[in-house]
Each structure stands twice: as C-alpha cells, then as structure tokens.
Design a protein around this ligand. Sequence first.
Ligand SMILES: *Cc1c(COP(=O)(O)O)cnc(C)c1O
Length: 361
Amino acid sequence: MNKINVTQSSLPTLEEYINEIKDLWDSRWLTNMGVKHQKLEMELKEYLHTPNITLFTNGHIALESVIDASNLTGEVITTPFTFASTTHAITRNGLIPVFCDINESDYTIDIEKIESLITDKTSAIIPVHVYGNVCNYIEIDRIAKKYNIKVIFDAAHAFGVIVDGNKVANLGDASIFSFHATKVFNTIEGGAVTYKDESYKLRLDDIRNYGIRSPESVMYPGGNGKMSEFHAAMGLCNLRHIEEDINKRKIIDEHYRERLSNIKGIKLNIIKEYVKKNYAYFPVVFNGYKYSRNEVYEKLLKEGITARKYFYPLTNNFECYKNNINYTPVANNIANQILCLPIYSELNKIDVEKICDIISK
Ligand SMILES: *Cc1c(COP(=O)(O)O)cnc(C)c1O
C-alpha cells in the first residue's frame, strides 16, 4: 500500500545541495555565522521584505529568544489553538500564558475577547497566524497601543504569506518563523525573528551566542541558538524553489476545494481576497457531517493515509497547563472537529482524489 503522510519535506536535488556545500570543505567554517548564514540572512530579508532578521537554530528558540529580548513580565495573552512551542516558550521565560479563545471563521485569536483578559500584569500578546491565516493585526495593534504592551506574532505557519500587499514579517514588534522540515520553507531545522526596531539585534545576537561580543567580553547570559552552515546551505537551495513549491501547493488546495466544498457538514479554511496564501495546511472542520472527525481520521489511516488532528489537544488541555482556568469553548469545539489533510508540493492529483473518495464514501 502506498502510504501518504500529512506532509513531506521539500528537498533540492542532491547535486544542487552538494554544489552549495562544496566550498565548506575548503573554508572549514561550519557554523558561527559563516558565509552561508550571511547569504541566507540577506536573501530572506529580501524575500520577506523585512528590515531586520536574525536566524536561529529552530523556530522555538527564535520565539524563546525574542520573548527574552522583549523584557516581558507577568502575563502574556495567547491562543491555546497552536503547537506546544508557543505556550512553552512563554512559560519557559517565567511568564504566565493567559489563554484567549479563537474565532470561528479563521481560528486565530478572537480580537473581541482580548481586552477582557488584560490586567495590570499583562505585558504582551503572542497571537499565531495559524495555518497561515493572518490574525486581525490592525485590531491587535490598536489594543497593544492602548495598553502599551508588546505584540510578537508566531508566524511559524506564515512564511511567504502576503497581506494587504505587505509581507507578514513586518507586523507587530516582532515575528518568528519556523524553518523546520515540515514547514513550507525548510532549512531542515531552523527559524528566524524578524523585527522593525533595530535595537533588538544586539540583544538577539547576545542570546543566540552566549552573550559573547568578543573573545574577552561577555555581556549577557545567553544560550546557543546559532544556525549551522549546512542548514543555511539547505535554506539557500530551498529558497530558489519556494515560489514553484507554493504554486504546486495551490493546485492541490484547489483540487481539494473542487471535491470538498459545498458538502453539508464540511467546512474548509476560508479564502480572504486580501491575503496571498502559502497553502501550508489543508484544515477541514467536520461539524454535522455523516462521519465525525475521529471517524474520518481512522478511515484514512486504514487506507495508509495519515492526516493530523492539528491542533488537538489544545495547549491549555496539556497536563502541564491543567491548572490554568481560562475557558476557551470555541477552541475546544474546533479542536474536536478539525483534521489537516495531506498537502505538500509533490502530492499528486490521484492521491488527492483517493483521499476525497475515502472521506465522501
Ligand atoms: C513549528 C512551530 C513552532 C516551532 O518551530 P520549530 O522550528 O519546530 O522549533 C512554533 N509555533 C508553531 C505554531 C509551529 O507550528
């Protein structure tokens, strides 16, 4: 049986990668912000149209680091409808995550519910552009200004997304991206912080490299978050093919929509005309359909197709956050009804047909 996974990592040809890493055997400079790292930073700055970028070993460390660099205290308002990383990064900085519910239309943080959660301890909002759906950044910005708090977007899903003609990297005080193997753009493991305010740079550099500014000057108790030359080289290769990859995903997305839209009890991710999407995920909500989410998941699994209950469980239902009392009924419902179907650039039309046949059979 030909197995289909929820995702498959994009890779350049072996020749292309070998070509890219060849000169590392001459320089023997394998990490610590070498030429590949510098080149990738420059190319990503251009691709993301961002004035500042700092690369990291992965998206999670990027998020932990930018929270650290933002001097936050007390409570941070965030969404439970996300990957473990978002909530853990807040907690691991000694801060308290305050869970805000999501909206029913695009599953991002519900801007109607943020203000009631703000207390005199709130220092930031960390929303997530979940599935590449851009949060209502205008309203979030208004709230943040009103209460003088910071906004850090978890844009791990949003690489390549354009909103109102602007790249998503420029929203809020800072945004983080993940370049993990399962994401739209990958450096195997990797991540980045993008930001407007240049004063973030030195602090992020300190956090990324032990606070070492020169051999005899250590200014901050930082950690190690450096991206290696081999990872940066993979990024340089994959970046050459990103538009082609996103276009292939678009065709798959359209194909799914042809088969699954206008079916009673099946709700697809909305398309907003002011957003250019990256087609990172294909989430489907089963609500009142002849099969439940779990039944569809099992049916697919029996045929060798692994979909993903993404995001289930919610992070505020994790054992380690059980004591948190915030009630998020909409997120609870969606988490029980949503299933992400396989989507990746090399997924073929026959497999999409097969998946849709199993769902509707
Ligand atoms: C993948 C992901 C992260 C973490 O990124 P890594 O590169 O895997 O460390 C953070 N937030 C969200 C929403 C993610 O999907």
